[in-house]
Design a protein around this ligand. Structure first.
Ligand SMILES: Nc1ncnc2c1ncn2[C@@H]1O[C@H](COP(=O)(O)OP(=O)(O)O)[C@@H](O)[C@H]1O
Ligand SMILES: [Mg+2]
Length: 466
């Protein structure tokens, strides 16, 4: 469809009614974000002028109020058609490839997130980090690198930032300078602006990876070894309760997602997250997400309430994206009351710390429980702790698989089954090391046997390098 003349708004009219004009940069914004575009601009210096003219006409021609309601495909088609006609009419010297880049540019400025749009589309980019309008870094293959991307000025960046948080009905300003949001494609965003951000808006985008890593893929890229994967998949299908532990960005969510694919498709799963990231493949998944408080600080729905509610929804297992606080109590209860095989992740640097964090988090629920009782709960609820780490070479690896075997007095007993041993660095600063079994045959192997899963002894042989 093409908007008819009767529906057309004059730009001034739209402006006076305050309609979505923020979508439409009023001045040309010289952009440097795509290589193609840079080349085009370099070879055709008049293109920026053309863009100014074109923008003027677009504002005249398109019904701005409708832009948000048209499907992205339709809008893209219409903009492309418009740009093509314009380029022909004005005899702008562009070849087909340049025309397409130009048309994408114009479209990005109308609906997208401006200069960072190409980075969002680039599948090799996993994180985008904006430190004020002059500095944009990306992470590719585990390494941070600077980009040539720039915003015109701070106001431009701020406009884009507010577009990001508008998706969850928020604004960022001095009164509430920090906001978490999620982009339309599922990417997670954290925004901080002045006064807490000293040099202008700070934006951290963790991109939603469209194809999550499978466990096989993680084995392929060396994050763990086949023997370890075999033991973990048996543990998941045999309903062991597992905690994935690691620092920020160590690959916890990725691992949780990969492990979850070994849950039987017959089971009903409920996922609980602060921002829905998990992509479970099972047919029977009910997804729940917390709600942050609104600007007046009201209406918050926390993970704890979601766990309580989930227990009334007849789950076989609960998969919680990340356990950060009081909800630990309810999660342990769930694991101890017939929802074995539930899983979550915890922010901790080693398996012992993960347990300590859990103890603290259960404490946050303010239940009248002694430390002994809390530890008892933990020991009976959780069987396995999988520790991950992002090492100095940027690679994410499984560092340890540990088993919780019970209590001795007041102390939780843990034994390591597999570990990664660092052995040095090569001349490209890559970490060298190997995965090994410790020689301990896990207790849960016995339990798995009663489920009909037999783990061959050689998997736990400490003399072989896995
Ligand atoms: N083993 C791995 N190798 C390479 N990249 C990984 C690996 N595991 C995760 N990633 C990527 O690292 C980023 C952070 O992973 P994520 O699972 O979200 O970490 P966390 O949940 O610990 O913060 C994601 O972009 C993810 O795709
Ligand atoms: Mg995570």
């Amino acid at each position: 469809m093409r908007w008819g003349r009767s529906e057309r708004w004059r730009a001034s009219e739209a402006k006076s009614q305050g309609v979505a004009l923020a979508l439409m940069p009023k001045e040309p914004e010289p952009k440097t974000e795509t290589k193609i575009y840079e080349e085009v601009v370099a070879s055709k210096p008049t293109l920026i002028d053309e863009k100014v003219k074109l923008h003027g006409q677009l504002i005249e021609e398109f019904n701005l109020a409708l832009i948000e309601r048209v499907s992205p495909e339709d809008l893209a088609r219409q903009v492309k058609q418009f740009v093509t006609e314009y380029v022909q009419r004005e005899r702008v010297p562009l070849n087909q490839k340049e025309l397409e880049a130009f048309s994408d540019e114009v479209l990005d400025e109308m609906i997208g997130l401006g200069p960072i749009e190409p980075l969002l589309k680039d599948p090799t980019v996993s994180d985008i980090l904006i430190n004020g309008h002059m500095s944009v870094f990306v992470e590719r293959f585990g390494q941070l690198e600077p980009t040539a991307t720039r915003f015109k000025d701070e106001a431009h960046l701020l406009r884009i930032v507010n577009k990001m948080v508008a998706t969850i009905g928020r604004r960022v300003d001095e009164a509430s300078p920090m906001v978490d949001a999620r982009l339309a494609d599922g990417s997670r965003v954290n925004v901080a602006v002045r006064p807490v951000a000293v040099d202008g808006p700070l934006v951290s985008i963790r991109k939603f990876s469209k194809r999550p890593f499978s466990l096989d893929r993680l084995v392929e890229i060396g994050a763990l070894k086949p023997a370890i994967a075999e033991v973990l998949t048996a543990a998941v299908s045999g309903r062991m309760s597992i905690i994935v532990s690691g620092g920020t960005g160590s690959g916890k969510t990725t691992m949780l997602n990969a492990l979850s694919s070994y849950i039987s498709p017959k089971e009903r799963l409920i996922t609980i997250e602060d921002a829905a990231e998990l992509q479970l493949q099972q047919p029977h998944v009910a997804r729940m997400e917390t709600r942050p408080p609104n600007i007046e600080g009201k209406g918050e729905i926390r993970q704890r309430e979601l766990v309580k509610n989930a227990l009334r929804m007849r789950p076989d297992r609960i998969i919680m994206g990340e356990c950060r606080g009081e909800e630990a109590f309810d999660m342990l209860q769930a694991m101890n009351t017939g929802h074995e095989g539930s899983m979550t992740t915890i922010h901790a640097n080693n398996p012992r710390d993960a347990i300590k964090r859990l103890e603290q988090m259960v404490g946050m629920a303010s239940m009248p429980m002694s430390m002994g009782a809390i530890r008892g709960q933990i020991a009976s609820a959780i069987q396995i702790v999988v520790q991950l780490q992002r090492l100095s070479d940027g690679k994410r690896r499984l560092m340890s698989v540990s088993e919780i075997t019970g209590m001795e007095g007041e102390v939780i007993q843990m034994q390591e089954i597999f570990k990664y041993v660092r052995e040095g660095m090569d001349d490209q600063n890559n970490v060298i090391g190997s995965f090994r079994a410790t020689g301990v045959r896990p207790k849960f192997a016995q339990e798995l046997k009663s489920h009909g899963v037999d783990l061959p002894g050689h998997l736990f042989d400490p003399t072989v390098v896995l």
